[in-house]
Design a binder for this molecule. Structure first.
Ligand code: ZN
Length: 113
């Protein structure tokens, strides 16, 4: 993923990385959404280049509430996805531990006979 810093227009490898140009790093949902909006995830290379030039000329970017809404939806679904992965992983560990517990119980039942 390619992204630009929406503060100074420098390119950075990913949206939420610290900018090497101005040392700005997005914090919080709003800033993260703005940063993600200025990345190849949402914008073409050409658009990013335009944004970069615009920012480098000393102008600032205007974010429309609607644009950020779309980004926030994507952001939330990503976070939900991560949470679901975590739950799945915990279930897997739970099932594994349960299997071992059953094996141990089974072993003791067998050996006490
Ligand atoms: Zn910057």
């Amino acid at each position: 993923m390619k992204a630009i810093c929406y503060k100074c227009g420098d390119y950075k490898p990913s949206a939420w990385k610290r900018c090497t140009g101005c040392d700005y790093r997005p914090v919080g949902d709003d800033e993260k959404a703005k940063s993600l909006f200025c990345s190849s995830h949402f914008k073409s290379d050409k658009e990013l280049e335009l944004y970069s030039k615009h920012l480098k000329a000393g102008k600032s970017l205007e974010f429309k509430p609607k644009d950020l809404e779309v980004v926030t939806v994507v952001l939330n679904s990503k976070q939900n996805h991560k949470r679901q992965e975590k739950i799945y992983f915990l279930k897997l560990i739970g099932a594994f531990l349960l299997t071992i517990a059953f094996m141990v119980i089974f072993y003791f039942i067998q050996s006490s006979k």
